[in-house]
Design a protein around this ligand. Structure first.
Ligand SMILES: Cc1cc2nc3c(=O)[nH]c(=O)nc-3n(C[C@H](O)[C@H](O)[C@H](O)COP(=O)(O)OP(=O)(O)OC[C@H]3O[C@@H](n4cnc5c(N)ncnc54)[C@H](O)[C@@H]3O)c2cc1C
Ligand code: FES
Ligand code: FES
Length: 479
């Protein structure tokens, strides 16, 4: 990365906006898009509710030009740092319609009485706008998924869901389609270049190639890597931390690819969880099932697989099921690449084998799981938009006489890191796949874990959940 450009460019209100961080008194590279928009007199529609991705009041839509088209994704603006909109179109509730010319989703919300106090409404409108742009006649399931990231305290969801199905029944051209040609031209005009912002207290790198990222990582080992920032942004919005050095991997196309070979699915560490969800429904149904209850669409559009593994959280939803699929992670550094089984990647509470000069490049999942029963489970206080209390990824292979050839039982939320129930696995090996054996195995599991008590659950309850998930797995897969 040669020059320091100190600025970013993106499209807003039908023109290219350039923010120069040297001349700006109030903005820095970790200012969230929400705070930036709220500082503008004509974008007060966007609201702050929770500042942690849970309420959706801050929802905006990002447009990205690809192959002569613009794709639209709803995201939580409270979780995005300003450089993350470099080269994109930022769309707010003010951009899609006005009082004399409402957007079809706005008109439908009026017609169905979809708003009372109105605080949540701009966020709902933007989630509906994304739905409108991407779906024709969406099913109830698709509508619910689009609205999972938005909370309403007063209206109730029935009228909002109705507004969704009325407005998306036939998607006609809207105000945004009419200006799309011009927007594409503006987006094309923004140079696709690496960004380096250096102000007195902070340095922010936004490389566009993997090689650049690796060389930056080698030079700045203490810099924080950022994928989608859904984990890291909370350090700014909740802890008021000043993140002094950041390497943002979000503009490296090579890290976003998802490709299939004969024997593997290779997922770039920067691929969004929503993109992975779309690719895995038939190929890896247990992974898909986990992604279907992961955060919300706004979160999944931002969150990356690299970030989920990199955060090494004991309740991260991806490691247990990836371990069950025998997946591995490719780490890249100045000396080349190395392949580590995901089971060996996390070493303890929020710690991994990743070296200070490495990044997670991709995740490799073997396709052939012939004969293996693989399932995932997540127990949380709510079905949607909640983190796991206990989660599990199971893999079972049976001999032809219905005895257990091998069982892999991986749990989240039961220890300081995702952990296999090794003693239970050893107990099950060679035994018949029947209820009596499973009930005995549930007793053995007591010796595998010493779970903690915290705000989400007591230790005893966690133990019961872990045992009962095994019983559920048997119930769902008995002969
Ligand atoms: C509202 C909300 C709901 C959530 N729901 C869930 C949920 O249901 N299940 C769940 O598991 N999590 C959930 N999370 C947590 C978080 O969204 C996920 O862990 C997500 O996958 C993190 O990805 P990211 O790209 O945003 O990570 P970031 O915040 O960008 O990074 C997280 C960590 O990973 C490191 N990192 C990122 N990319 C790389 C890389 N390529 N190489 C090496 N290190 C890297 C970063 O340095 C950082 O330490 C939720 C978060 C929020 C705010
Ligand atoms: S303010 Fe609640 S999700 Fe952003
Ligand atoms: S209308 Fe009041 S919170 Fe939704």
């Amino acid at each position: 990365m040669r020059k320091i450009n100190n600025s970013i460019s993106f499209v807003l209100d039908g023109k290219v906006v350039k923010i120069d961080f040297i001349s700006s008194n109030s903005l820095n590279p970790t200012t969230t898009v929400l705070n930036y928009l709220r500082s503008l007199s004509n974008h007060k529609g966007v609201k702050e509710g929770c500042a942690e991705g849970d309420c959706g009041a801050c929802t905006v839509v990002l447009g990205e030009g690809r192959g002569g088209k613009i794709t639209y994704k709803a995201v939580d603006s409270c979780l995005i740092f300003l450089p993350m909109v470099q080269g994109k179109q930022l769309i707010t509730v003010e951009n899609i319609g006005c009082i004399d010319d409402l957007h079809p989703v706005q008109q439908a919300m009026v017609d169905t009485d979809g708003s009372q106090c109105g605080y949540c409404t701009p966020g709902f409108i933007m989630a509906l706008f994304e739905l409108y742009k991407n779906h024709n006649n969406p099913s109830r399931e698709v509508i619910d998924d689009a609205l999972t990231g938005n909370l309403c305290r007063c209206t109730g969801y029935r009228s909002i869901v109705k507004a969704a199905s009325i407005s998306c029944a036939k998607n006609e051209k809207d105000s945004i389609t009419r200006t799309e040609k011009n927007t594409l031209k503006l987006l094309k005009g923004i140079k696709k270049e690496s960004i380096h912002i250096k102000i007195k207290t902070q340095e922010y790198f936004l490389p566009t190639t993997l090689e650049e990222a690796i060389s930056l990582r080698a030079k700045h080992g203490k810099a924080l890597l950022v994928g989608g920032a859904t984990d890291l942004a909370l350090r700014v919005t909740k802890n008021n931390e000043l993140l002094s050095k950041i390497i943002d991997l979000g503009n490296i196309d090579a890290l976003k690819s998802i490709r299939r070979t004969k024997s593997q699915l290779i997922i770039g560490s920067g691929a969004s969880l929503e993109a992975i969800k779309m690719e895995t429904q038939n190929l890896f149904p247990a992974l898909y099932k986990m992604l279907a209850v992961f955060g919300s669409k706004q979160i999944r559009h931002l969150a990356t697989l690299g970030g989920n593994l990199g955060s090494a959280s004991p309740i991260g939803d991806m490691p247990p099921i990836l371990i069950a699929y025998n997946a591995s992670v490719i780490l890249a550094g100045p000396k080349g690449k190395r392949n580590v089984a995901i089971n060996d990647f996390v070493t303890g509470y929020r710690s991994t084998v990743l070296l200070e000069n490495e990044i997670i490049k991709e995740v490799v999942i073997p396709i052939s799981n012939r004969g293996a029963l693989i399932s995932s489970y997540k127990i949380s206080k709510r079905k949607d938009l909640d983190i796991s209390t206990v989660s599990a990824g199971y893999r079972l292979e049976l001999n032809s006489n219905q005895t257990i050839y091998t069982a892999k039982l991986v749990y989240g939320g039961m220890a300081a890191m995702p952990k296999r129930a090794r003693k239970t696995e050893a107990f099950l090996k060679g035994k018949p796949w029947n209820r009596e054996v499973i009930e005995q195995a549930m007793g053995v599991m007591e010796s595998d874990f010493v779970p903690i008590s915290d705000a989400r659950s007591g230790a005893a309850a966690r133990m019961i959940m872990a045992k009962n998930l095994l019983l559920k797995f048997w119930t769902e897969n008995r002969n």
